[in-house]
Design a protein around this ligand. Structure first.
Ligand SMILES: *Cc1c(COP(=O)(O)O)cnc(C)c1O
Length: 400
């Protein structure tokens, strides 16, 4: 009999009752170090007092309002994001995929109102992940996610990640934009390299294309800057944001420069829930913390300490860990054993982390972890690697 919850996920049989910072607790009081953080969502960990206060205060006032009325929280969040980023304007959504949908529509509409409606094609990259709606699976180009869902939405031309010549070759008279994750998350924690992003920016300027960044996973402080593209010293025309911006409440946003957004006029787009008062109160509270003086410096310092320990870990376990990669606290451990084996061994040590492509284990801690969590992570990872080495030795012994 089918599970009452549509069985599209492979789920770990653990039920967490509550969380506190980087720790999750089961009903029977077992404690787990959470380096999944809802897949880069819980940027301030679980039950952060400032976020809890913002949500509960708003819950007692008004939960939801139609977007036919002014929503003060949305106006405030938008003003703050305009202040802190390249953007002049933005559309609020409930998820990353919806932010990407808005970005794709915006790019097509931009060329349409410029009198070039044929420029609807977008260059995308192998290994990309942009969500699970019909448009975003087409943009992501992952055959596994497209299979069986009918004709894929037309208009995406995929090239190898980081290959500038392939990008140039893919650009034709119908190309209107380039869409890229500055650091691929699901794709295996791969960095585009900052010179490559700069080259894409220059190419877009030269050819009249819009540069769309998907910072759903790598944004909101994850790399140690507010947004990852700041490391490259460039700005996009459009950017999709979600995950961390809500700190655990479903919030997304499509940010844009005024010029790029010029086709999105009255009535061209909408969302019932996007930007609702509950969501906006939490997102504003996330910004209170992430944009406070010194917070991102602290993320960079934490990154340096954690990576130091991970380099040690790799040296101690060369048969398990091949490479430590990624940017900031978007970290990938490429493993020499199946990545699922390390994830299972970590879980046995009460540490949680998600997988990624290319046989990578992702480490996505809350951004505000301290030395205690860094040391706990090292100890648990060290023990997990030792478990794997012991089982490798045992199977070798059995074979001999
Ligand atoms: C998670 C993710 C998305 C999709 O976000 P949803 O909220 O699941 O729709 C899009 N792009 C990237 C880079 C992501 O990591």
């Amino acid at each position: 009999m089918i599970d009452p919850v549509l069985p599209t996920y492979s789920r770990v049989d653990l039920v967490f009752e509550r969380g506190e910072g980087a720790w999750l607790f089961t009903k029977d009081g077992q404690r787990y170090l959470d380096f999944t953080a809802g897949i880069a969502v819980n940027v301030l960990g679980h039950a952060h007092p400032h976020l809890v206060a913002a949500l509960t205060e708003q819950a007692g006032k008004v939960w939801h309002l139609s977007n036919v009325f002014r929503i003060e929280g949305a106006e405030k969040l938008a003003r703050r994001l305009v202040e802190a980023t390249f953007a002049d304007t933005m559309f609020f959504t409930n998820s990353g995929a919806e932010a990407l949908e808005c970005a794709i529509k915006m790019a097509r509409k931009y060329h349409y109102v410029n009198g070039a409606p044929e420029r609807s094609r977008i260059v995308t990259f192998e290994g990309a992940f942009h969500g699970r709606t019909l448009a975003t699976i087409a943009a992501g180009g992952n055959a596994k996610y497209l299979e069986g869902f009918g004709p894929a939405l037309e208009g995406f031309d995929q090239v190898p990640y980081g290959d500038l010549e392939a990008v140039k070759a893919a650009i034709g008279p119908e190309t209107g934009a380039i869409l890229i994750e500055p650091v691929q998350g699901e794709g295996g924690v791969r960095s585009a390299s900052w010179p490559f992003l700069r080259a894409l920016r220059a190419l877009c300027d030269e050819k009249g294309l819009l540069l769309i960044l998907d910072e759903v996973q790598c944004g909101v402080g994850r790399t140690g800057k507010f947004f990852a593209h700041e490391w490259a010293g460039i700005t996009p025309d459009i950017m999709a944001v979600a995950k961390g911006i809500g700190g655990g409440f479903p919030v997304g946003a499509c940010l844009a420069k005024e010029e790029a957004a010029k086709g999105m006029t009255l009535g061209t787009h909408g969302s019932t829930y996007g930007g609702n008062p509950l969501a906006m109160s939490v997102a504003n509270a996330v910004l209170d913390v992430v944009l406070a003086d010194g917070f991102l410096d602290q993320v960079q310092a934490t990154t340096a300490r954690l990576r130091q320990r991970l380099a040690e870990l790799k040296d101690r376990h060369p048969a398990v860990i091949a490479e430590v990669r990624g940017e900031g606290l978007l970290i990938g451990l490429r493993t020499l054993v199946p990545n699922g084996d390390l994830i299972a061994a970590m879980r046995a040590e009460h540490m949680l982390a998600p997988a990624a492509a290319e046989n990578v284990v992702r480490l996505l801690p809350p951004l505000n972890i301290g030395d205690q969590e860094i040391e706990a992570a090292f100890t648990k990872l060290d023990a997990a690697c030792a478990r794997i080495e012991a089982s490798l030795a045992a199977s070798k012994g059995a074979a001999a």
